[in-house]
Design a protein around this ligand. Structure first.
Ligand code: MSP
Length: 501
């Protein structure tokens, strides 16, 4: 049985998730649902990255303990993900006991292998990124170093710390990035390689003095230090796969690991993560899937840019989670940034969901009920048969290449073809409309199965109303007859005005 293990980044729960986080999470969910539909053993991991200075400060601001703070926020994340029908198999928290065990294990391994040493560190730090910036990486505003992402002044830090010998892995990481296909799209591997060639790999600090950052996992050999939040966080992917507590599951899942990430955290998920894994004697993940940003008014959407779009506002505008899931899938882009706009979102929703899909279901269902009392058997028109095969093939190729928006486009093509076919064959005027209506239902059935990972609710409703099952094996295998119980209106068009991104 094929195995598919997919992860999202674990999000910082210092604030609730916004549309940018939903973008990553819905994409991962679609991949997971697609693989489940295909019958693969699928494991989908998401969660929260709860330690470190950012969270410590957020809790301090509220005057509560960080654990109390993150406990509250985690409930919000779970609420948002259930609003969006995110079908994760585990919601991992870096405060989970099995994760802390994995972090301690990993630290001990590196320590035993002599890959960690103590030395002084001095540098400019961005708390929002939880990252040091070296010269050339940061921006300078009025003579002061600024974070290039958050546009905030960096903080100067000087302290004794523990380093991980990243520099020892330079050749291995370069080899993996230049020879394999572990990063998709490939351009991102090229970017990382360019940066390595320019700057080389310097050892990284993996600890913080406890007196400054006490909210974290203590180093097993020196409790005056806590583990650097990124070192802690990346290991969640091993915990989630069952590294220490279920080694058999881990053996199955790990070779099938797919990490979905935004391009902002590419360095961590390639250079640092691959080196950590090599140091631990483990394989790099099968694939790092990197996507570009959602931008709003020209800037990456984010809390610090103040241009956040809220998930619940869009769910309200598009009446249910399916509308928003579909829009996100349709605009999803691994290669380039996408600017959000009400016009764009409305036009996708109205044209693809309300007009193309929704209208076809409604028309076909109504005609079968009115003209044939709800039951139809017939011959599949070879033209529709061909359109179905083409769509299934295009969809599958795109999905296997992780190109969800292209997969959706293949289905839209089939639906447009079927709408045109109704207009051409005019079944409402025919004495015997069985063949064309049957052919249209076949198109609807196949399109519905293909869309199931994207819009799970609406497709389940259609399968129920038109009388078929959402089975991947049934694609391209004509169903003998249909008994149509209902012709639902799936998506009501939106008009200008109302809540907007
Ligand atoms: N906690 C780290 C990740 C650790 S993974 C071991 C982190 N968290 S985060 O809350 O800042 O979320 C980052 C991820 O959210 C990005 O990599 C991206 O996947 C997603 N996005 C956040 N804003 C986004 C956009 N504006 N556009 C697209 N994706 C966005 O980094």
């Amino acid at each position: 049985m094929a195995v598919f293990y997919v992860t999202t980044p674990i999000y910082y729960p210092n604030a609730p998730p916004h549309l940018g986080h939903a973008y990553t999470t819905v994409y991962a969910d679609i991949l997971a649902r697609y693989h489940r539909l295909r019958g693969d053993e699928t494991f989908f991991l998401t969660g929260t990255d709860e330690h470190g200075l950012k969270l410590q400060r957020a809790a301090e601001k509220r005057g509560i303990h960080p654990k109390e703070f993150v406990d509250e926020m985690v409930e919000k994340y779970k609420w948002y993900w259930s609003l969006l029908d995110i079908s994760y198999d585990r919601f991992i928290r870096t405060t989970d006991e099995d994760h802390e065990e994995v972090v301690e294990w990993a630290l001990r391994e590196l320590w035993k292998k002599g890959l960690v040493y103590k030395a002084k560190y001095a540098g400019w730090y961005c708390v929002d990124c939880e990252k040091f910036y070296s010269e050339g990486e940061y921006e300078v505003v009025e003579g002061k170093p600024y974070c290039p992402i958050h546009k905030k002044p960096l903080e100067w830090l000087e302290e004794e710390t523990y380093y991980f010998k990243l520099s020892e892995f330079q050749e291995d990481v370069e080899r993996i990035l230049s020879s394999g296909d572990r990063v998709y799209p490939k351009q991102y591997a090229g970017e990382v390689l360019g940066k390595i060639r320019d700057e080389g790999l310097r050892d990284v600090s993996i600890a913080r003095p406890r007196e400054r950052v006490w909210w974290g996992i203590p180093l097993p050999w020196d409790p005056d230090y806590t583990t650097y939040v990124w070192f802690d966080a990346l290991l969640n992917y091993l915990t989630g796969a069952g590294l220490l507590r279920d080694p058999q599951r881990f053996q199955r899942l790990w070779p099938a690991a797919h990490h979905v990430i935004g391009k902002d955290i590419l360095w961590f998920h390639t250079v640092i993560w691959f080196s950590m894994l090599l140091a631990l004697g483990l394989e790099p993940p099968r694939k790092v899937l990197v996507h570009a940003f959602l931008i709003n008014r020209g800037l990456k959407m984010g809390k610090s840019a103040g241009n956040v779009v809220w998930i619940e506002d869009l769910i309200e505008r598009y009446q249910d989670s399916d509308g928003l899931r579909f829009i996100l899938a349709r605009i999803f882009n691994l290669h380039k940034d996408i600017e959000v706009s009400t016009e764009l979102f409305d036009s996708i929703y109205n044209a693809d969901l309300a007009d193309n899909y929704g209208n076809l279901v409604r028309r076909a269902g109504t005609l079968v009920r009115r003209k044939l009392s709800g039951t139809v058997e017939g011959r599949l028109d070879p033209k529709i048969d061909e359109a179905i095969r083409e769509a299934v093939k295009g969809y599958e190729e795109a999905m296997e290449a992780y190109e969800v928006s292209r997969a959706v486009e293949a289905v839209m093509g089939l639906l447009r073809r079927a709408n045109a076919y109704i207009n051409e064959t005019r079944p409402w005027e025919l004495a015997d409309p069985r063949d064309p209506l049957y052919s249209v239902l076949e198109a609807v059935r196949n399109a519905t199965i293909l869309l199931h990972p994207v819009i799970p609710k609406a497709t389940s409703r259609v399968a129920e109303a038109l009388g078929f099952t959402l089975s991947y094996e049934a694609l391209g295998v004509p169903q003998e007859s249909y008994t149509v119980r209902d012709a639902p209106i799936l998506f009501r068009k939106v008009k200008r005005g109302g809540p907007s991104p």
